[in-house]
Design a protein around this ligand. Structure first.
Ligand SMILES: [Zn+2]
Length: 55
């Protein structure tokens, strides 16, 4: 799986607008401030608070 670096650079947390940490395997993005994990499904980041997983 390869997400475009340009896309990754544009992504912010939809809740706090903070920067996200991309998981090493590119399976999700983590917002350390909100403690939410946003999944990547079929190479599409799902940036919805409703779909996010609490961590
Ligand atoms: Zn956040």
């Amino acid at each position: 799986m390869a997400l475009s670096p340009e896309l990754v650079a544009l992504l912010v947390c939809p809740q706090c607008k903070g920067t996200l940490d991309l998981e090493p395997a590119e399976t999700g993005f983590v917002c350390p401030a909100c403690r939410l994990r946003f999944p990547v499904r079929e190479e599409i980041p799902v940036m919805l608070v409703d779909e996010a997983e609490k961590i």
